[in-house]
Write a protein that binds this ligand. Structure first.
Ligand SMILES: [Zn+2]
Length: 402
């Protein structure tokens, strides 16, 4: 009779509380694994182990707490048998409840902590561990960032070493340099630089700053997710078109300073060509790896469209004048830098020749970035010279049509 009372009490007090405790660790493990849905493989194996340690401990704690509680309850039932005070039983039950839920709370806190650590940290991974949308260059073997799904993690990655570090910093520093030059230029007193010059040069500054800005931001958030990577990839291509358009404005303006017809015609032409490039860049398929050659070709064609006004100038003013007065030499150097950079980008040398040797530094994309930067600085020098020459000649005596 006594035993049956104990059994009744056991069923009444223990069983309702055991259920959640036993189930909770299972729930915790499935939750903790959810961030790991981003293709966990060998590169993540250590992280996964790390991740499971606190959860495993929490599970064990919960289980040991359960066993402890069972023994504790057995002793409490013997006292129940001796003294069946209802208040004491109620108090004991709430204490039992607290004791059971404490390990659960600990497990939840451990889970929360691990989630935060997981979100904050990632390790560079091998190329074969990347999802398809992050596999842009097969010749860069190691040191890739995994998908982060977090802008914060992407921007923090600027300060870590991986395949994109060089790409990010080359254009981030370039953008800062051009912002500084632009601020210096437009804040000169008007007696030194007039507002027309400031406006014309600003087209180039805006193009350069947007191009370099879109570029480093794209390289930073490229690993966020497929959608974000694609969106910023398009902006990156638009930036190249904007820089090309912005570069043409001061050059055409000062080369055909007193010739309204060609000036308007070529400015409109480069605006239409650049806009076409932007439209093509926004096309989804354009950013796929097998369109690399076409991408390079489209932008080389946009740059080479400058050959027409350059030839026009050589024919009307002569080669010597074009070199000494219209900065044609600097313009040619700029074109060579862009073209060589684009070719290096397209053929992926040197990493194609030595796969895995240029994963972090001196890969083709970084070289391409440096060529773009050099070309932008060369162009700034060229348009400064041509503007200086043109402005020292004074106003146009007459405005020619051609
Ligand atoms: Zn780039």
């Amino acid at each position: 009779m006594k035993m049956s009372t104990i059994e009744v009490e056991l069923n009444r007090v223990v069983q309702p509380d055991i259920g959640p405790i036993v189930r909770q660790p299972q729930c915790v493990r499935s939750d903790v694994h959810s961030p790991g849905t981003m293709s966990l493989d060998s590169d993540y194996s250590d992280a996964e182990e790390d991740l499971s340690i606190p959860t495993y401990k929490a599970t064990k704690q919960a289980e040991s707490g359960n066993l402890l509680q069972l023994s504790r309850q057995s002793s409490s039932f013997s006292s129940l048998e001796e003294d069946s005070n209802d208040d004491e039983e109620e108090h004991e039950r709430s204490r039992v409840g607290d004791f059971f839920t404490a390990p659960c709370r600990a497990a939840e806190q451990a889970e929360e902590f691990v989630k935060k650590v997981w979100e904050a940290g990632w390790r560079v991974v091998h190329h074969h561990s990347l999802p398809d949308w992050l596999r842009d260059n097969d010749f860069l073997v190691k040191g890739h960032r995994p998908p982060t799904n977090s802008f914060l993690a992407c921007f923090k990655s600027i300060f870590r070493i991986h395949t994109e570090t060089g790409n990010i910093w080359s254009h981030l520093l370039g953008m800062i340099a051009f912002i500084a030059i632009a601020i210096y230029f437009v804040t000169r007193p008007s007696i030194e630089i007039q507002w027309q010059e400031k406006a014309i040069f600003s087209a180039f500054f805006v193009g350069a700053i947007l191009c370099l800005g879109f570029s480093w931001i794209f390289h930073t958030v490229y690993c966020h997710s497929q959608r974000i990577g694609k969106l910023f990839n398009k902006l990156d291509y638009c930036g190249i078109a904007l820089l090309t358009m912005g570069s043409f404005v001061p050059w055409l303006y000062y080369s055909f300073y007193c010739r309204l017809g060609p000036k308007i015609l070529y400015l409109v032409a480069i605006f239409l060509l650049g806009s076409a490039c932007i439209v093509v860049s926004l096309w989804d398929k354009f950013s796929e790896p097998h369109f690399r050659g076409i991408r390079a070709g489209v932008f080389i064609a946009l740059g080479l469209s400058g050959v027409v006004p350059a030839l026009h100038y050589v024919i009307t003013d002569g080669f010597y004048h074009a070199i000494h007065c219209a900065s044609l030499g600097w313009l040619c150097l700029m074109a060579v830098l862009y073209i060589v950079g684009a070719v290096i980008y397209a053929v992926r040398i040197p990493e194609r020749l030595f796969p895995g040797k240029f994963d972090l530094w001196f890969q083709s994309h970084q070289i391409f970035h440096m060529f773009v930067l050099a070309a932008a600085f060369v162009h700034y020098h060229g348009i400064s010279e041509i503007a200086y020459y043109r402005l020292t000649l004074g106003d146009c005596l007459e405005t020619e049509i051609f």
